[in-house]
Design a binder for this molecule. Sequence first.
Ligand SMILES: C[S@@+](CC[C@H](N)C(=O)[O-])C[C@H]1O[C@@H](n2cnc3c(N)ncnc32)[C@H](O)[C@@H]1O
Length: 283
Amino acid sequence: MESFVAQWVNDSDRTPQVREKVYLVGGGPGDPDLLTVKALKLLQKAEVVLYDALISPEILNLVNPKALLVSVGKRANNHSKKQHEINQLLVKYGKQKRGVVRLKGGDPFIYGRGGEELQALIAAGIDFEVVPGITAASGCASYAGIPLTHREHSQTVMFVTAQCKNSQENIDWTSIARQNQTVVVYMGLLKNDVLAQQLIAYGRCPNTPVAIIENGTTRAQRVITGTLGCLTEMVEEQQVISPALMIIGEVVALAHQLDWYPNNQLIQHMSKMKPVYKLREAV
Ligand SMILES: C[S@@+](CC[C@H](N)C(=O)[O-])C[C@H]1O[C@@H](n2cnc3c(N)ncnc32)[C@H](O)[C@@H]1O
């Protein structure tokens, strides 16, 4: 079977019908050049695009000018629509068979609630397809010059979020604080103090390098480097705003050597305070 992209390139009149399905599409972390070819083709054909707050204006400019653009503006602690309302909208437009693209930041299956939206479509008997996107961890790390793994520093990468549906009590801090591991924290800005305290309490050294990447892969990208023990001070003093991603681990030390992105504002945070931390109490 000819691939989706090959069909598109070979004969634009015989392009696949986008009308019969809802396409759950990852829009990447911000830079429109990081869209996949398939995502771009679908956006150019779509008749309805439901998009999140993190989708950049540059990406929206690539959408079929005749398409209906529906903002569902989801942001942490500031949901303009509740998840069940978004699901209802998807089902509503999906039933109209109007070439619907559900455009989400990064990858739809990484902290994107893509699974929940597909379950709603299944319950309504609507067909779908998933188009992965470059997730913030990958995009931001690349544009910050931080390799998530490196044979000399880190063999494991862990993605974690500070936003949990239920209680945070079940978080496995022992695994997150493991040595020689890179930890990438999504939606962690508001919980940075708990994060730093717990990682240190569970054994991660307060001097572990940390980077906060704000507006990664965009022209406004800032990368602030420092140490785990000073994470809260970094967020406050540098007045970090959302969206921001944190990377914790020895690989962060390479950011100054591998800095390549021309728009990158790389800031080495100089701590004014002694890091405050305590060791985990013996159990
Ligand atoms: C709801 S999650 C969505 C993640 C998305 N599905 C992905 O795969 O990247 C939103 C969080 O991703 C991170 N994020 C997304 N885009 C970012 C960017 N351009 N720069 C920094 N962090 C970003 C931030 O931690 C933000 O709070």
